[in-house]
Design a protein around this ligand. Structure first.
Ligand code: SAM
Length: 371
């Protein structure tokens, strides 16, 4: 499947929306431009700090907000194995990103635990250097894999879980997967010291608002941190409407009414989740308000798609084909220069300029670009 998506007409330049780019132009520019010392910063002064790597575009869930069943059905053209970056290619690119300043790598997808022998990739990445090496999973296979991932060098996991109510959870994942098995996965990750385990709950109005308070209550004493995520207009297939978003402020109000909260400082500059502590000192939650309070100004994330395209925004419509450079024999230096040149050109700030019109752009799917 070719994922250099045809560009829908974009609004006027200068809005900071993700735009198409010619990789050739960056490679040529990088070859003649003397390299600036130190890590690259983009046009808005944001450094390159995080890399999300999608290791597969396939998933064993069909979450209604991410991979709706009617689109991602039997005939959906998932990537063929030969199109995926190999572990060696991923590790090489990751090391070059590390040289460009990346200190946090998250493996994602699709469902990353579906990629065979993922532990081997984790081992290769762990050898790169002093990295926060994490993974986001739906938890279905985590009970089996937590210890081997930890042994391979993974530092933490984030588990997606949209409800503790079994019927609601089965409706959200749309493959009738029971919540108990995800809870087993969370327990296994905790026992394997992949901690702190974070729990991501996407809230979609009309589906799981009722689950917000029980979820907060359950995890507040268990040592895991729940982050409530506003439903976003990622990709082009989830039929997103602003009316389906439950704003983070409403989520905080609902929890606060039951278990009083107090705002807490960010752990570090640019933290995506806004933190809230319980007033009685027992635990904390996070809210990720990517729709109602965009945090583009502190976004330091690049994304490497399953087939090796570099995206500089989750809401991008096209990416830069690093696999072509890798398979075309580029040196590490040429690759590093191309990545730095692409990052320096970056001006994306989609969430700050989102409208119902931009939501209709042909953005790449989250399962492919990596959530
Ligand atoms: N399969 C893995 C999982 O379920 O965690 C990793 C990939 S998934 C795309 C990564 C994260 O993106 C999950 O926490 C998921 O809930 C979140 N996500 C997917 N679609 C979303 C949407 N439309 N709005 C907000 N978050 C979304």
């Amino acid at each position: 499947m070719s994922k250099v998506i045809a560009l829908a007409p974009l609004p006027a330049p200068g809005l900071g929306l993700p735009r198409a780019g010619s990789l050739d132009a960056f490679v040529r520019a990088a070859a003649v431009t003397p390299r600036a010392p130190g890590p690259a910063a983009d046009k808005r002064g944001r450094p390159l700090h995080d890399l999300r790597i999608s290791v597969t575009d396939r998933c064993n869930f069909r979450c209604v907000y991410c991979m709706p069943k009617d689109i991602f059905g039997r005939n959906y053209p998932f990537l063929a194995h030969a199109e995926l970056l190999s572990f060696e290619e991923i590790a090489r690119i990751a090391r070059i990103f590390f040289d460009q300043g990346v200190r946090k790598i998250r493996l994602t997808g699709g469902e990353p635990l579906l990629r065979k022998n993922l532990e081997r990739l984790v081992e290769m990445l762990a050898r790169i250097g002093d990295l926060d090496l994490t993974l986001t999973t739906n938890g279905a296979l985590l009970a089996k894999k937590a210890q081997s991932l930890r042994d391979a060098g993974l530092t933490r996991v984030t588990v997606s879980l949209d409800s503790l109510d079994d019927a609601t959870f089965r409706t959200m994942n749309d493959v009738d997967f029971p919540v108990a098995r995800v809870l087993d996965g969370i327990a296994a990750a905790t026992a394997a010291a992949l901690t702190p385990v974070k729990i991501n709950m996407v809230v979609k109005r009309g589906f799981n608002e009722e689950s917000i308070v029980p979820m907060a209550r359950h995890f507040r004493t268990s040592g895991q941190i729940v982050r409530f995520i506003e439903y976003m207009d990622v990709g082009a297939t989830n039929g997103w409407r602003m009316d389906d978003v439950v704003p983070a402020a409403e989520i905080v109000r609902m929890i606060d009414a039951d278990m009083p909260l107090i705002a807490a400082d960010a752990n570090y500059a640019g933290e995506v989740a806004e933190r809230w502590r319980y007033r009685d000192g027992m635990g904390e939650i996070g809210v990720i308000a990517s729709v109602t309070q965009a945090f583009c100004s502190s976004c330091t994330r690049a994304r490497l798609s399953t087939e090796g395209k570099l995206y500089t925004c989750l809401f991008a419509t096209s990416g830069y084909d690093l696999r072509a450079l890798v398979r075309g024999g580029s040196t590490d230096e040429a690759l590093g220069n191309a990545i730095a040149a692409i990052w320096r050109q970056r001006s994306d700030r989609y969430s700050e300029v989102r409208t119902s019109n931009t939501a209709r752009l042909h953005k790449v799917e989250m399962s492919y670009i990596g959530g």
